[in-house]
Design a protein around this ligand. Structure first.
Ligand code: SF4
Ligand code: SF4
Length: 156
């Protein structure tokens, strides 16, 4: 499935300790650090999001959320889309949704190829797939999908 971010904000709700503002350097400019990689970066609030960024009620009431996250209508959006770290830009919360032959959902796979499922049969197939093809294989996602389908699962 082609990944489309719904801008629900879920993945950023507990990243306040990982995307850290070190210093404000201008009205909408910040010196920051991506703590997990130890990478400093400069963030300027996207021009079209400065209005929502200036309302601090959301970060005030969600102390663990990334400081750049803001509600915008029915979405919760990153206000530094242009300057966000690479791991934010490339994050994909779901790359496969897996169901049984009747279409009953069994689990899903995240962009780092982690399976989230309780079904023991599916977990076993996934472990076997991981032993046959390492996660770092450049074509791992497609090959895992093939293996799941070969075992009778529906994969979207
Ligand atoms: S990557 Fe997923 S969890 Fe994060 S905002 Fe987009 S849809 Fe929501
Ligand atoms: S920088 Fe943007 S995408 Fe990254 S955690 Fe913060 S709000 Fe989310």
């Amino acid at each position: 499935m082609a990944f489309t971010c719904r801008q629900c904000g879920t993945c950023c709700m507990y990243l306040g300790d990982y995307i850290v503002i070190e210093k404000q350097t201008g009205p909408f400019a910040f010196a920051c650090e991506s703590v997990s990689t130890g990478t400093p970066f400069v963030a300027v609030i996207d021009e079209d999001k400065r209005g929502i960024f200036s309302d601090h009620s959301f970060p005030d009431s969600h102390p663990h959320a990334c400081r750049f996250l803001r509600p915008d209508g029915d979405r919760i959006r990153c206000t530094i889309h242009r300057d966000s770290p690479a791991q934010c830009k490339y994050y994909r919360c779901v790359v496969m949704r897996i169901a049984d032959t009747e279409g009953n959902p069994l689990g899903y796979v995240t962009g780092n190829l982690s399976l989230h499922a309780d079904d023991p049969g599916l977990r076993t197939v996934w472990e076997e797939a991981g032993q046959a093809v390492p996660h770092r294989h450049p074509d791992a996602e497609r090959l895992y999908r093939q293996m799941l389908v070969a075992h009778g699962y529906r994969v979207e």
